[in-house]
Design a protein around this ligand. Sequence first.
Ligand code: AMP
Length: 212
Amino acid sequence: MRLIIFGPPGAGKGTQAGLLETRHGITQISTGDILRDAMAQETDLGKKAKSYIDAGELVPDALVRDLSEQAIADEGHDDFVLDGYPRTDQQAEWLTAFLESNDTPLDAVLSMEVPDDVLVRRLSRRRVHEETGETYHLDHDPPPDDVDADLIVQRSDDEPETIQNRLDVYREETEPLAAYYEERGLLVSVDGTGEIEEVFGRVEAALGALDR
Ligand code: AMP
């Protein structure tokens, strides 16, 4: 299946996309993860992206176009879930053209619906393992005792002053894409509140309904 998982920061896109990968073999393509890897390795791309990411701004469209198209091509154009891409009108247009040129249209855009107060609480309590990238939540899913606490860090863009900016950028630049995909008959809303497994059950149900 070719999917986009769509929604604001903190909606659980990465978590749900990760479950789609491990349980259904649908490869997660996360532009945020690719950019964070590039930053960690201090590549040209990583150096260019860093100031935007740290400020909670979007990285310029031109910088993410190639990496997303390359990642889709690497996956053979089938069975992927895009997590964090597209985020602007231009990215959506590019993606549509790219998929059309390969005759590999999307099956669905899963829109994760979560109220703002829940998003802020999730993001501010989120922690990541510096080396593995594993994500935790201090209240619901704390790091296990055998994990070195020094390696558990807060993403720089999860700091309180940056969270609000990311939500504002989302509302302004990315949320309008819901209408773009709705017009194309692709948008499927999923209630993203509650426990991870509960939400995943809704994701699976939404995908099951597409197959009928
Ligand atoms: P994420 O892990 O998806 O929340 O992405 C983290 C950050 O990476 C975002 O706040 C942006 O700065 C940047 N980023 C990720 N994907 C994109 C994209 N498609 N377009 C522009 N910036 C992006």
